[in-house]
Design a protein around this ligand. Sequence first.
Ligand SMILES: [Ca+2]
Ligand SMILES: [Ca+2]
Length: 302
Amino acid sequence: MKRKENIFIRNISRLVKSVGNRKTPSVNYLSNVIEEELKGLKRDSRRNEMHRNLFIGIGAVLVVLAFGAAAFMVPTLGNEKNDSSKALVQTDDFLSGPAEIEVGLVPLAIELPRAVYGGTPPITFKVPGGKIIKPSDKLREPFLVPVGVFNVAAGKPVSASDEFPVVGEIEMVTDGDKEGADGSYVDLGPFLQFVTIDLERKYEIYAIVMWHFHKEPPRAYVDVVVQVADDADFTQNVRTLYNNDHDNTAGLGVGGDWHYVESCEGKLIDAKGTKARYVRAYSDGNSSDDSTHFIEIEVFGK
Ligand SMILES: [Ca+2]
Ligand SMILES: [Ca+2]
């Protein structure tokens, strides 16, 4: 390109010089200039053609290389696809691990209060119907629940059949204090009484653990009925989880559950995963006096 420019500049300067000398350039000279320009153009054309051929050649080589690379990559990609299939399976395996744990059962962790009386309480009293579970000197067998279950009643609102208890406050039922000492229980007084816990949304409930009173003398509560429902008034989808009212004096139906002696372990009721928002517990006095007491009710669900 540089050479062509030099030739062109040389010819132009000759023309300008001849005009400057007032000489008419000869026909031969002009034809030589034109001929030389045409040669230059031909050379350029050849050079361009060479460039084009070179580009085509390089392009062809690149295409061949690309096809070769693709042919090499296809099986590799296939392997990668297979590997990713394996990875998916492995991911599924990985996911199925926690899922298995999720559907697995674990012992329910219940934090027990201090025992106020020691040893196994003797049954020195009779309960209506005469059916009472003999107290054991061993701790309760572990109760299995799904992973993720916790006390969904902790701190939840409580209402009661008697909003003005004889002793204590209704809120004590879900305040986490399970001690047997005075100051840890609410006394609702005589007659059939109940407390209702609003869990504030539905839960799958697996266990309800209830402490009425575990101070001396050991005692059993009467007409103990535990129900769950979808509404606060217990008119929708009411289910009875425990009932030891064998003669239906509470008017909630005859119950076949046995009475039990209160202890620091509380009473565990199997709720079998039933779904409910409201939990209600009834009682009508006990083997020592005619009062209904509640220390704490824990509702284990998720
Ligand atoms: Ca309490
Ligand atoms: Ca009864």
